[in-house]
Design a protein around this ligand. Structure first.
Ligand code: SF4
Length: 64
């Protein structure tokens, strides 16, 4: 199975970077924290460099 990103919402500060950079994968949930709604919505390297690497609190992780 492909890797899928997930957001640790306890750590998310709702800065919006992941949602702005990779809107095909991330969106804001009703609690105003980011969530991954489509793990296959972008290539892994795009998710890595445009969301995981830029999240200011490093709360986006891969799950296998
Ligand atoms: S980049 Fe990180 S802190 Fe910002 S909204 Fe996304 S998950 Fe939350």
């Amino acid at each position: 199975m492909a890797k899928a990103p997930w957001v640790d919402q306890d750590e998310c500060i709702s800065c919006g970077l992941c949602v702005d950079n990779v809107p095909s994968v991330f969106r804001f949930a009703e609690n105003e924290k980011a969530e991954c709604y489509d793990p296959q919505g972008a290539a892994e390297d795009v998710i890595q460099s445009n969301a995981i690497d830029v999240c200011p609190v490093a709360c986006i992780h891969w799950k296998e």
